[in-house]
Design a protein around this ligand. Structure first.
Ligand SMILES: C[S@@+](CC[C@H](N)C(=O)[O-])C[C@H]1O[C@@H](n2cnc3c(N)ncnc32)[C@H](O)[C@@H]1O
Length: 250
């Protein structure tokens, strides 16, 4: 039944009219302005897109950290992958910010509403093993200079995403994890049952190359991360749950 529903959703998604951003002149240039234009909560102040009836202004204030790490990539040709695209606001924004990059996005829903020659959307529920296999075939041999996890923010998913996607990161590339302390702040995002450390503790241990208890990351996974992560930069955004990490691959 799930498969049939998915085929139906995929079919209606393909037929759906999307906003063609290649022909859209947005007249703004900084990443903060572009994030704000498309309405992603990576910006500092945007209207709450999750509730159309709300006038609440939200935003994590992550633009300056993205600019700091990636402004020199603006004219480069490379691949960027974002886990968790929702409406596609951040995918659209990155397409406009990075003039030459190909932007790939993954989401379990079909709400993506933009199109561009440089955007590729993959529908995948990352918790479903079969869908993950299909995704692997589609990603194939691709390597990404930037991978961003802005998915479910559930603790086990954050850890599994790092483990699974890190191999697709090119040398010198960045793995970005948004809102990584959300499971500390919201109990419903902490599914670890005391089997996993919080992600800030995991980052600390990776930085100091200390082996730690984990049901997900084996000792050899940890060794691999110790050896292949060159640096970890952590920043605080605007809100209590706004924590972002930039992991650079050696
Ligand atoms: C915070 S939203 C992404 C917002 C988007 N990056 C932006 O800046 O506008 C998180 C997204 O992760 C997706 N997601 C949650 N769990 C997922 C899973 N298991 N597999 C794939 N996507 C998932 C949700 O459907 C949702 O669209």
């Amino acid at each position: 039944m799930k498969k049939i529903t998915r085929i139906y959703k995929k079919f209606t998604f393909l037929l759906k009219n999307k906003i063609d951003i290649d022909n859209q002149n947005i007249n703004v240039s900084s990443l903060e302005e572009i994030f704000t234009f498309y309405g992603t909560d990576k910006a500092t102040s945007v209207k709450n897109q999750y509730d159309v009836n709300s006038n609440l202004i939200i935003g994590h204030g992550y633009s300056k950290f993205y600019e700091q790490h990636f402004s020199s990539f603006r004219k480069l040709k490379f691949n960027l992958l974002e886990i968790g695209t929702w409406l596609g606001a951040s995918s659209a924004a990155f397409t406009k910010y990075f003039n030459e990059a190909n932007i790939f996005g993954i989401d379990r829903n079909f709400k993506f509403k933009y199109k561009s020659k440089r955007i590729r959307f993959y529908n995948c529920d990352l918790t479903d093993v079969n869908e993950l296999h299909q995704l692997e075939k589609k990603i194939n041999e691709k390597q990404f200079k930037i991978i961003i996890d802005d998915g479910s923010h559930i603790l086990s998913h954050i850890i599994k995403n790092l483990l699974f996607f890190f191999k697709y990161l090119e040398k010198g590339g960045y793995f970005v994890v948004e809102d990584f302390n959300a499971p500390r702040n919201y109990n419903y995002l902490n599914d670890s049952n005391n089997q996993e450390l919080f992600f800030d503790e995991i980052l600390f241990n990776i930085k100091s190359k200390n082996y730690f208890k984990s049901k997900i990351l084996t000792r050899s996974d940890q060794k691999f991360l110790f050896e292949n992560i060159e640096s970890i930069n952590i920043y605080k955004g605007k809100h209590k749950e706004s924590d972002i990490a930039f992991l650079k691959k050696r």
